[in-house]
Design a binder for this molecule. Structure first.
Ligand SMILES: [Zn+2]
Length: 462
């Protein structure tokens, strides 16, 4: 009897955890922990981080690998089973559509509940609301009525009602792409900022086209007037050669106490709908401007003739408009988060949808030494979680590797991690992520996707 009692605690301890990650380099951007540790996972949570040996039903040898919080992508347009596979293989455990947003919101969440390998969520979108109310024929972005026409006062009321309904249903803030709705004047935009303020939710915005200083002045003033947090999407492609000026404005605004954040993706080319307002006024450009455009389905560079043809047809076009120097500056800046702006459909899309996080770790950290590994992890996990946590308590348990946090974890080889994707062939998984767990469940194991795993949960505002 005495013998049994002595034995019992060690028997219990023998398989105390569901999963143990043994001997990895554990990096937590919140506490600054960067040391070899064992991580014990019980159910959906991190239950132990220890130098002592831990025992689990499943044990993974993580020696030589980095164990980091799963990445949180604030800007992922494609929210399909196909897109989630690429995200998981790029270390992303939460992918959110916050720029364009969605409408209606409840139906969007319901369609993904219980089916997604990674966590998902969306803002309440001004663009889709405006497109529905004004009967635009576009899909992701407006291509006729919502882009060409000023909304009547009655339509504006309906647009605001749709956005408010989406916020009421838990939409993660308000999404806006002013450049795609150029006929939404300063009044319509400001009025929407006041609406977001009523719900105490942030605004995620692709700014108005034109000079970045002027564009920033509009949204910063609106955010200050309404008293809402502001997140400016893809500062890299918004500012290009004016990245230093844009970052300086951001520093100043934050020093004055305004809650303004931003993000960048690690590619010199942007991508958007060729039929959208982003290409209004492109009918009469010099040949070298068209040559900056690449048509992903064929890989061809455009001419005036092919530009006009594809603009009538519609589809996503890549535009080479930035420099490595500006990308490095944006990514290395302490205020700038990493986000992908990912679009991919049937294997065709921008490399950023597929390789953003591996590229930051492989190219900008390992090869170019533009930022430290810990900073890259912080920009990809903790900072996006903090951006959302005031409205979404779920995010307080993500973006950190600590006891009690959700077991959303990426485990990668820091010497191998890199994007493999090209503009001609987007359908290529990133290299280097050995294991990815979402809420304690493997979605990537020994470098391979786990078919059928669907631990992803909807992330909502409360
Ligand atoms: Zn955008």
């Amino acid at each position: 009897m005495r013998f049994l009692l002595l034995l019992l605690p060690s028997l219990v301890a023998a398989q105390n955890y569901d999963v143990v990650l043994r001997g990895g380099r554990v990096m937590d951007p919140e506490s600054g922990l960067d040391a070899v540790r064992n991580v014990g996972i019980r159910g959906k949570k991190i239950a132990s981080i220890s130098s002592n040996q831990l025992r689990g039903k499943v044990e993974i040898d993580a020696s030589g690998l980095v164990v980091a919080p799963g990445f949180i992508d604030l800007h992922q347009h494609s929210q399909t089973p196909e897109a989630y596979r690429y995200k998981a293989m790029d270390g992303v455990t939460t992918a959110l559509e916050l720029e364009a947003g969605v409408s209606p919101v409840s139906e969007w969440y319901a369609a993904r509940e219980g089916k997604a390998p990674i966590n998902f969520g969306a803002s309440s979108g001004h663009i889709p609301a405006r497109m529905a109310v004004m009967h635009d024929s576009g899909t992701l972005l407006p291509r006729d009525a919502a882009m060409n026409r000023v909304a009547t006062p009655a339509e504006q009321k309906l647009i605001e009602a749709a956005v408010a309904k989406g916020l009421d249903e838990g939409g993660l803030g308000m999404g806006m792409g002013i450049t795609y709705t150029p006929t939404a004047g300063a009044d319509e935009i400001l009025s929407l900022f006041y609406l977001a303020a009523k719900f105490k939710r942030p605004v995620f915005v692709h700014m108005r086209a034109g000079d970045v200083v002027t564009s920033m002045q509009e949204v910063i003033t609106d955010a200050a007037a309404a008293g809402v947090p502001l997140h400016i999407v893809h500062m890299n492609s918004a500012a290009t050669a004016k990245t230093p000026q844009a970052l300086r404005m951001l520093e100043g605004v934050r020093a004055r106490g305004l809650d303004v954040t931003t993000e960048a993706y690690p590619y010199t080319a942007s991508m958007t709908e060729i039929a959208s307002a982003a290409y209004s006024g492109w009918e009469d450009r010099p040949p070298e401007d068209y040559a900056k455009l690449l048509w992903p389905p064929t890989g061809e560079r455009l001419t005036r003739e092919s530009f006009e043809r594809y603009r009538k047809q519609g589809g996503f076009v890549a535009q080479f408009g930035n420099t490595e120097e500006m990308i490095r500056m944006a990514l290395a800046h302490p205020f700038v988060m990493v986000a992908s702006d990912g679009i991919i459909e049937n294997g065709i899309g921008h490399p950023r949808a597929v390789g953003t996080y591996a590229r930051v770790l492989g190219k900008y950290v390992r090869e170019d030494k533009a930022l430290s590994l810990m900073d890259a992890i912080r920009k990809s996990s903790l900072m996006p979680a903090q951006r959302l946590e005031a409205m979404s308590p779920q995010m307080r348990q993500k973006g950190r590797l600590k006891v009690g946090a959700d077991a959303d974890i990426g485990i990668f080889d820091p010497g191998l991690v890199i994007d493999k994707v090209t503009f001609q062939n987007a359908a290529q998984y990133s290299q280097g992520f050995r294991y990815v767990l979402v809420e304690g469940t493997f979605v990537v194991r020994e470098g391979r996707l786990q078919e059928g795993a669907a631990p992803g949960e909807g992330i909502r505002a409360r």
